[in-house]
Design a protein. Structure first.
Length: 378
């Protein structure tokens, strides 16, 4: 086993280990790392290095900086990620390069990374205010993924971000409407040209981008079902038509009379708008919901319009995405099986649905207990 020692310097622990002779120059090599919180962490890292030396897989020294690696890594991710995901990775990468970019890739330590997170939480915003924990958590996820690839490629000995603690994120308290509040909003929304889109969102629980990406060819009026196969989103200021969030998001959603009626009304409305627009109408897509000249609806403008209608309806303020939560909550309270709700929402598992809507399940359990007892003893 290669020789090595741990030490404490300037308030943090580190280690140095003999790595044998360089295969080409014959010079003695040494691996040195510092920035560990505890002596135990330093000893564990030393043991990992000693094992790689023993196995003959010690990582060669490199002066590559984090910013250079992130540029190469991000370029390689473009073909693997949805455009919106790649855009969010690019934003996180820019933040990482601004603060840690000049650091040597192999010299990054968990303690250094945690200090970076703390600085972001304290004053990482554009005007000096702290960033939201969720934003910093997303940055942590991107760095951890990038360094995992660096470790896989043999560029670093260990993933320093995997050992660092990301900020804890408290789940936002879910706000939904009651059925009466939803009806009040729907009454006001009847004056909007996007009224049918709001009906689809509330009745099916699909995501904003899934509703705006719906095409006429995705609708089977005879079988009362719609296929979720594409989305409309924004990447920066650009509107992008792409694939659903995950493979599980590609799904068929069964609908009922109210939704079918809304879709038929939308088809009539679109025919009228096409006629009014004349030659400026964009005919190159089959979208159900379009702007007044036939192009895709801007999702951000759609959300802004929703907020305006909520204010007019004088109902509790919720986000557009909360129509999805409202649908799920009302469905579960109405006795729809969680498995069915999970499939309609496009969740990858029923466990996600039950965890996300855990505030509803106690009522379901009480109703189930009453139903079972009435069957047995009444």
């Amino acid at each position: 086993m290669a020789r090595g020692t741990v030490f404490k310097r300037q308030g943090s622990w580190g280690f140095k280990a003999e790595a044998g002779l360089h295969p080409e120059t014959g010079k003695r090599r040494q691996v040195k790392r510092q920035g560990f919180r505890t002596k135990r962490e330093a000893e564990q890292a030393l043991a990992e290095v000693q094992k790689t030396v023993f196995d003959g897989t010690v990582v060669a020294n490199s002066n590559m900086r984090l910013d250079d690696f992130l540029d190469e890594w991000l370029a390689g991710q473009k073909a693997r990620l949805r455009s919106s995901t790649h855009h969010s990775y690019a934003i996180a990468s820019k933040r990482l390069k601004q603060h840690l970019g000049r650091c040597k890739l192999q010299a990054l330590t968990p303690l250094q990374i945690e200090k970076f997170y703390a600085d972001l939480l304290d004053h990482g915003g554009r005007t000096g205010e702290g960033l939201a924990p969720k934003t910093v958590k997303n940055t942590h996820v991107v760095l951890r993924k990038a360094l995992a690839d660096a470790e896989r490629l043999g560029l670093v000995q260990r993933n320093a971000a995997a050992a660092a603690r990301g900020p804890s994120v408290t789940r936002r308290e879910m706000t939904t409407w009651s059925s009466d509040q939803l009806k009040e909003f729907t009454a006001v929304a009847q004056e909007s040209r996007m009224r049918n889109a709001f009906t689809i969102l509330a009745s099916t629980g699909v995501r904003r981008g899934e509703a705006l990406g719906l095409r006429w060819g995705d609708i089977d009026f005879d079988s009362s079902q719609i296929a979720i196969v594409q989305t409309v989103s924004t990447v920066g200021s650009k509107i992008v038509v792409g694939q659903p969030k995950t493979a599980g998001s590609r799904r068929t959603v069964y609908v009922h009379d109210t939704t079918i009626k809304a879709l038929r009304q939308q088809r009539q409305l679109q025919a009228e708008e096409r006629l009014a627009a004349g030659p400026v109408w964009e005919s190159g897509n089959d979208l159900v919901f379009r702007n007044v000249t036939g192009g895709p609806v801007n999702p951000d403008q759609f959300s802004k319009h929703f907020n305006e209608l909520v204010e007019q309806a004088e109902v509790p303020r919720i986000r557009l995405h909360d129509l999805r939560h409202t649908n799920a909550t009302l469905s579960l309270k109405a006795g729809v099986h969680p498995k069915v709700v999970s499939e309609r929402l496009g969740h990858s598992s029923i466990a996600i649905t039950l965890d996300l809507y855990s505030h509803v399940t106690p009522g379901i359990s009480r109703d189930a207990a009453a139903t079972v007892e009435s069957m047995m003893f009444d």
